[in-house]
Design a protein around this ligand. Structure first.
Ligand code: CMC
Length: 429
């Protein structure tokens, strides 16, 4: 196979090197294009652009494959747990028993946040969206943990990584408690990561909180399924923010801000709101018609994916988890659930959705599951952020350690006014 591609346009030409991954498409390295031809490439949604080299996560959207460090998401979700997945994403290998024990110990011992953070929270309005609180509070960690913001020190980077994985659930639970007007609940070191999160969210000081193992397992699985997803919008945001040398807490706060949008992490909240808006099964055809209407901006939330054009492998596992939770809680005739199941059925059999390869994505089922677990819709994206923190931080570390790393600085196709002369105000039309 030729190892380079030739670019020719009139008298401009460039020899562009091909680069091979271990699996997946090869890439044409266009770094020399501008130097040799004076041309930029144009790819606004990055549909044909690999922004970096990475060893963490691999997705084959046509085949519905998602691998973390080579392990399939199905096996990790069925046989592993979230902290094991965190270790894998961060260090590249599954931990041995002693490595896992040490990692769990380190994460667990970092779950408390500086006590002054609780006063920071009270500055927010009670009706603030918990994602707004998360953007602020995670960013504020850099004001509390100065001893882990030197990105040139590998030890400090690892301390910041552990802190972030350990503290985002605490901050998320605090955002929830503040939102509902209940006292903050401190983390408990005898619980697993998922159990502790449910405890911090749902325990109250006046009575014991009993953790349901099926629900804790579902929570852990939701965390695993959302842990990383290669160069998605929020991860690319974290990498871009980090490329300037910004500290990791600030970079993760930038990732959370990006995740908030309804086309990305906000889709689980948007999906549930949409089910509520549809309300009853008989109104589904009306919404399906709207989704197909080119003149209507409405989209079926929780359907479609930029990369998965076959099915979303996370959605399959999430669907199963969703049913486990509903069975455990004895939820059978929830109207939203009825709408969801009917919508899923119609969309999977409708020509428009089949032709455009629009399948239910992970957020379609995670929204229903999180509602059943007792979370209000405003918390859904927050839970996504808790889970994705490890992916962001693993990708951030990889970027910092990459010798090729430079500040990310895309160029543009300028279509504004060409150069013109300044006119005095009385000469302007
Ligand atoms: N409902 C109806 N039509 C849709 C939908 C949808 N949910 N998604 C895409 N389409 C249509 C779209 O109108 C377009 O039609 P046409 O070719 O006639 O112009 C075609 O399908 C391709 O859509 P696109 O916007 O070019 O695709 P994209 O890759 O830019 O967008 C997406 C991907 C996920 C933003 C989009 O499918 C969408 O908005 N889905 C709803 C939001 C959602 O569920 N997002 C969560 C993604 S999974 C969680 C995560 O990883 O963040």
């Amino acid at each position: 196979m030729t190892e380079s591609a030739k670019f020719v346009l009139g008298d401009k030409n460039a020899e562009l090197q091909l680069r091979h991954g271990t699996i997946g498409p090869d890439v044409v390295d266009i770094a020399a294009l501008y130097k040799n031809t004076g041309l930029f490439t144009y790819d606004p949604g990055f549909t044909s652009t690999a922004s970096c080299e990475s060893k963490i996560t691999y997705i084959d959207g046509d085949e519905g494959v998602l691998l973390h460090r080579g392990y399939s998401i199905d096996q990790l979700a069925e046989r592993g747990d979230f902290l094991e997945t965190c270790y894998l994403l961060l260090y590249g290998e599954l931990p041995t028993a002693s490595e896992k024990e040490d990692f769990v110990y380190r994460v667990t011992r970092h779950t408390m946040v500086h006590e002054q953070m609780s006063r920071f929270y009270t500055g927010f309005r009670r009706d603030a969206h918990p994602m707004a609180v998360m953007v602020g509070s995670v960013g504020a960690l850099s004001a509390f943990y100065h001893d882990s913001t030197d990105i040139t020190d590998p030890h400090q980077r690892m301390v910041a990584s552990i802190r972030m994985i350990a503290k985002t659930p605490t901050l998320a639970a605090m955002a929830y408690k503040y939102h509902v007007g209940q006292p903050f609940v401190y983390p408990r070191n005898d619980l697993t990561y998922a159990e502790n999160f449910l405890h911090m969210c749902f325990a109250v000081p006046c009575e014991p909180y009993h953790i349901n193992p099926t629900l804790a397992k579902a929570m852990d699985r939701i965390f695993i399924l959302h842990a990383d997803h290669e160069q998605n919008a929020s991860t690319s945001t974290v990498r871009l923010a980090g490329s300037s040398g910004a500290n990791p807490f600030a970079c993760i706060a930038a990732g959370i801000a990006c995740l908030w949008g309804p086309a990305h992490g906000g889709a689980n909240e948007a999906a549930l709101n949409m089910l509520g808006e549809i309300g009853t099964k008989d109104r589904i055809p009306e919404f399906i018609a709207r989704a197909k209407d080119k003149n209507d901006p409405f989209r079926l939330m929780g359907f479609g994916h930029r990369v998965y054009k076959n099915y979303d492998p996370r959605a399959k596992i999430m669907q199963q988890t969703c049913h486990e939770v509903l069975d455990e809680l004895g939820i059978k005739d929830d109207p939203l659930l009825e709408v969801a199941m009917e919508l899923e059925h119609i969309a999977l059999h409708d020509d428009y959705f089949i032709e455009k390869k629009l399948y239910p994505n992970v957020d379609f089922y995670s929204g229903i599951t999180l509602k059943a677990l007792g979370f209000p819709t405003e918390m859904f994206t927050v839970l996504f952020a808790v889970a994705r923190t490890v992916g962001w931080i693993a990708q951030w570390n990889e970027m910092i350690e990459d010798p090729q790393q430079r500040i990310g600085r895309p160029r543009q196709l300028y279509t504004g006014a060409p150069r013109r002369d300044y006119l005095a105000i009385d000469q302007r039309a």
